[in-house]
Design a protein around this ligand. Sequence first.
Ligand SMILES: [Fe+2]
Length: 512
Amino acid sequence: MGNKHSKKTNRLSKQLKEIEHLISPVAVPVNAGEVDFHSEKETYTFFLEPVIATAPQVDATEIVRQAQEGYGGWIAASHQEPEKRQELMPDDYQHPTGNQPEQLLHFFTVTDIHITDGEFPAHGIYSKCGGGIVSVYSEMMHYTTHVLDSAIHSVNAIHHQNPLDFGLSMGDNTNNAMYNELRWSIDIFDGKEINLDFGVNPNPRIGPRKDFYDDFMAVGLNQQIPWYQIIGNHDHIWPDKPLKAVSGDPSRRFLSRMEWMQEFFDTETQPRGHGFTAANLESGFACYSFEPKEGVPIKVIVLDNTQRDDEPNVLGYAHGSLDQERFDWLVEELEAGQQAGKLMIIAAHIPIGVEYQEPLTRPFMSWSTISPVPEQELIEKLQSYPNLILWVAGHRHRNTITPVKSPDPGQPERGFWVVETASLRDFPQNFRSFEILKNADDSISIVTKNINPTIRAGSFASIARSYAVAAQQIFNGRTELLPTGSCNGELLVSIAKPMPQKIGMAAELDIP
Ligand SMILES: [Fe+2]
């Protein structure tokens, strides 16, 4: 046994030596049109387009050649006004003229940053082998901490202009469900010193802030903004994972679901636990609900809809799934919210009711075929709650806005919106803001925008964006708009009225 172990260790150190010189950053020249958005006074919404590469196909590991061949550049595009979407409204709906909407809630969502320990020996990034799948290997994985840091900077800038009530970190904070990766993600929210150095190649370039292993001080989320955490599939499912250190480093260890939740209590930002409670820690049940703003009757239901750790492997573990226990809990939460006249938002890592037409992702990222609660049954149940207005999700690394219409045209309020937020790691590295507005006619508008993190020219976040663009070009990533449409939208929702059981809500929504 000992002999076997040392053979493995020897093989590992040999591999480390072989690739050591490869783990070094190469600055890809960025497009000359890049603007320094690293200022709280700058406009924070803008769009990027990849420069279409006319260059020959190159391997994702050939990062120097990527730059020489023109991959990885981008141009800033003009601001896109939110598209008004009325699919959930009655056919003859007219938006009130001279509407002066009242803001009920303002929040942000950030997701799928996939912070990666670049020296984790079991990972594709380590061996420079991705098999053509961007989520297994791409050079920007080394820079994810810097991208999250710049996103936090942007969130603070938004807060400065239009105060945020809260934020949602929607899962896949980590790529490998490891302690060190999770700590980096929480510590970036907390504004702590981030040190990615694990000793394999401690200082590829001499001097501070010269390479991605050099420590840096995260800007930290504005302390006034509470943020809540959702569990993603990458945060807990690694079948048969050993709960001990990998490769002798105590920080490089897989976390159990409870340990993962526990880490959110070790924080300097609000609230402690970031939504999880002592009861969650005891049971491992990663669902909870909260009401983000006093006096505003809106309830957020945070749902763990990832697959259970003990589910059999049917084309992977990236499917949406609900067992009976979580479904019953969800129904109870919806019932209570409906009865109390609250508007409701479900926040889950995995979306529902979206298009899964891409040949590659369809079988792997759709709803689980063995989920105890099938997707259609869930959707029908959700449609029975008129006060459910929105389902927000991450997971597919896509920007989509999908209406789930009411099955009864006479009751349009039974419809709701599903909005997916793109990955912060992969192109276009967006997060989202949401404003819930009450219109003059008592309808609700959900205004959502994609936001690119602010980046400084030549910064690691800027290099990361270059790599994300290059990966998009090389792997032919999927960022085109789906038929369901817009990236930025104003999504109209009708509120049921008059309904006797909701007199309370009508009164409560009349916020001074
Ligand atoms: Fe995911």
